[in-house]
Design a protein around this ligand. Sequence first.
Ligand code: ADP
Length: 441
Amino acid sequence: MPGWLVSLLATVVVGALVVVIARSLATINTLKRRLDDMEMGRRVRPVRTRAVGPLGHLTRRFNEVIPIIEGRIAKLDREAQQLRIVLGGMTEAVIAIDMRRKLLFANSSADALFGLDANSVGKFLLEIIRSPQLHEMVELTLARQGEYIGEIALISREPFPRPHSRILAVHGSPLPGSPPGGAIFVFHDVSELRRLERMRQDFVANVSHELKTPLAAIKAYTESLLDWALDDSEVNMRFLHRIEEQAERLNQLIMDLLSLARLDSGEVPFDHEPVTIGPLVKKCAEILRDRAEAKNLKLDVQMGPVNDSIVIVADDEAVRQILDNLIDNAIKYTPEGGCVRITCSLSPQSVSIEVADTGIGIPRDDLNRIFERFYRVDKARSRELGGTGLGLSIVKHLVHSIGGSITVNSRLGEGTQFFLQLPRERIAALPQSPSTATTSS
Ligand code: ADP
C-alpha cells in the first residue's frame, strides 16, 4: 500500500476517534450537569446525544428514567404537603425527633403548646422544652424501641390567670428503620377531661354522703322506736318528727338533684315568652312573707321603675325558681330582727333585681365558690336550716339558660346582695357567660 494511502487512512481513523471521544466527553459532561440539576432539585431536561455504544445506551436509559424519577419526587412532594396540612390541622401536638434527640418536625399545635418556632427545628429537645417528664418519656420510647403510651404533666406557659399544670396524654412511637431514625410523639391535652372526671367523682362522693346522713338518722330513730321508744310517750313523737324532717331533707335533695340532672341534660324545655316581671317578683316575695315574718324579718319589696307593663322574655317558671332560691336563702341566712330587701331597676336592655339581706354574710374567700354544687360556707348550719347546697348551682344554671347573669357581693357579719339581670324583650340567642367569676363553676 502506498505510503500516502496509509497516512490518509490513519488520519481518517484518528479523526473518527477524536469525534467519538469528543461526543462522548460532551455527553458525559451533559450527564454530569443533569445529575447536578437533579441533586439541586432543578428540573432535569433530557440529554441530547449522538453517542453510540454503551454510553449512548446509558444516555437513552437516563432519558427514559428521568420522567419516572421526577414523577415519583412530585408524588412524594404532594404526599409530604398533604401530610403537613393534615398534621397542621390537628388539634393534637405532634413532634418528631432524631436519635440525637434533635427536633425534626413540630406541627402548629406543638408550636403553641411548647412555645416553639421555625428556629426550633434542628435544636436539641432538651434546649427547647423544659420538662423532665417529657425527656424521660423520650428516653423510654427510644430505649424500648416500642410504643409508649402515658400521661405527663406540663406547667402551662401562659402565666394568666396563673401558671397551671396541663395533663397531656402522650403516644410515642419509634420512626421506622433499624436502628430507628428517631421517634414521633403525639400529645393530647386531657386536662379538661381529667377536671370533669374529678368533678364527677366529687359529685358522686358528695351525693352519697348527703344521702347517707339523713338515711342513717332515719334508720337510727326507727330502730330506737322499734326497740324501746314506741311506747315511750316522752320520746316517740319527737323521734317521729325527726324522721319526718330527715325524710323531707331527702326529698328536697332528690328534687334538687333531679332539677340539676334535667338542666345538665338540656332536656328542660324552656318556654321563652313575654313575662310581666313586676307581678312575678311581688308574688314570689308574698309566698315567702310568712316565713320571713315567722323569723321576725322585715321583707321589703321596692319595685322602682318596674311597673306592671315591663316585660322580659324568659321562662316564668325558671325566673320564679331563681327568685325563690335567692329570697329563701336571704331569709335562711339572716338572723331574727334583720331585713331582706328586693329592689328592682331598669335599663334599656335588662331588668335588674337585687336581693339584699342584713344576714351573716359570706367570707370573701368563699364568694367565688358558692355557685358550685354542694359548696356551703358552713355545712352544719346549712343542713340545720334544711339546705342541700345545690340551690345556687341550680340558680346559676337557670340564669344562664335564660340569657341572664348573676353576681354577688357580701360582707361578713353585715349582709349579702345578689344582683340578677334578666334580658328585656328579646330572647338571647345564646346563653351569655356570667358577668363575674362568682358564677363560674
Ligand atoms: P344551701 O342549700 O346550703 O343554702 P345554696 O347553694 O343555696 O345551698 O347556697 C350555698 C351556700 O352559700 C350556703 O350554704 C351558704 O353558705 C351561702 N349563702 C347563700 N346565700 C346566702 C346568703 N344570702 N347569706 C349568706 N350565705 C349565703
